[in-house]
Design a protein around this ligand. Structure first.
Ligand SMILES: [Cu+2]
Length: 291
């Protein structure tokens, strides 16, 4: 679902009557100058960078990447390019007919070992800080359990006695605002600004539950329960995909999380408790077995 204003303007550009190639060039051009334009709660064509952050974790990841990693990467690339060009020009055969026979230089060797080490330490410290913060789960307001199956996700709300499966909607059945390969029949619904703890496991092979806007990605391992958490800050629909190559339909088991206000969540809960009741399913199965 496309529901943020920035994205509407992107769509507007994309709907203009201009050749496709031109559209893409325009789109990239605008993306550079208005970074938010390219970002939404789902991947979009010709997107540069991350999806728009919808949680504190993701904001920190994006800031770490944009403000620290990117400048360091650019500086190193420019420096190495400069050295290569300088060596090519300064020491070319015609300008330097008698090359130096020198093989060692202690000062240079110490420097090119120490400086990269220092750069790695500068990167590692904030990186570990973010990792540890993500790892420590705050007191959860609600818990959901995601189970990876070949090839769909099953969800449980253990405290609410809710269980349901979430299948991708086939292309031919998509409604107007449902994105292809991302929309599902039963979305996970969570309240806004609440800590959601996610228990992740799998039933058959390795899968991974990933939601880029929340900065969340955890492997779903059969026989083991992994944990993660997120606190969505904005109402909206967020899309993710299975991120562990799990078989032939790996690309067709998307994840949709609908973040709603607390009141809407209560309404959904009361409906879901009946529609997706876990005990009733068990009882039905028992009755069938008895017959
Ligand atoms: Cu999978």
């Amino acid at each position: 679902m496309i529901n943020c204003r920035e994205n509407r303007s992107v769509i507007f550009i994309k709907e203009l009557y201009i050749p496709n190639k031109m559209k893409n060039i325009l789109f990239i051009f605008f993306s550079f100058f208005v970074p938010n334009l390219a970002l939404a709660n789902q991947p979009i064509d010709w997107q540069l960078g991350f999806q728009k952050a919808a949680s504190e974790s993701m904001r920190e990841i994006v800031a770490f990447h944009d403000k620290l990693l990117l400048p360091i990467i650019i500086a190193i690339s420019v420096f190495v390019l400069f050295l290569m060009l300088y060596a090519c020009v300064r020491f070319r055969a015609s300008a330097n007919p008698n090359p130096s026979k020198r093989t060692h230089n202690v000062a240079v060797e110490v420097l090119w070992t120490l400086i990269p080490c220092l750069i790695l330490i500068v990167i590692a410290v904030p990186s570990f800080k973010i990792l540890y913060k993500q790892d420590a789960i705050p007191k959860a307001d609600l818990t959901i359990k995601a189970i990876g199956y070949q090839w769909y996700w099953g969800y449980e709300y253990p405290d609410e006695n809710i269980i349901f499966d979430s299948y991708m909607i086939e292309e031919k059945d998509l409604k107007a605002n449902q994105p292809r390969l991302l929309a599902v029949d039963n979305e996970v619904v969570v309240p806004v600004n609440k800590v959601v703890k996610v228990l992740i496991t799998a039933n058959d092979v390795l899968h991974a539950w990933a939601l880029p806007s929340f900065g969340v990605k955890r492997d779903a391992v059969p026989g083991r329960i992994n944990e993660t958490w997120f606190k969505a800050e904005k109402v909206g629909t967020y899309y993710g995909q299975c991120s562990e190559l799990c078989g032939i339909k790996h690309a067709f088991m998307p994840i949709t999380v609908k973040v709603v206000s607390e009141d809407d969540y209560e309404i959904w809960l009361s409906e879901a408790r009946e529609k997706f009741a876990k005990e009733e399913i068990k009882n039905e199965k028992l009755q069938i077995a008895k017959k």
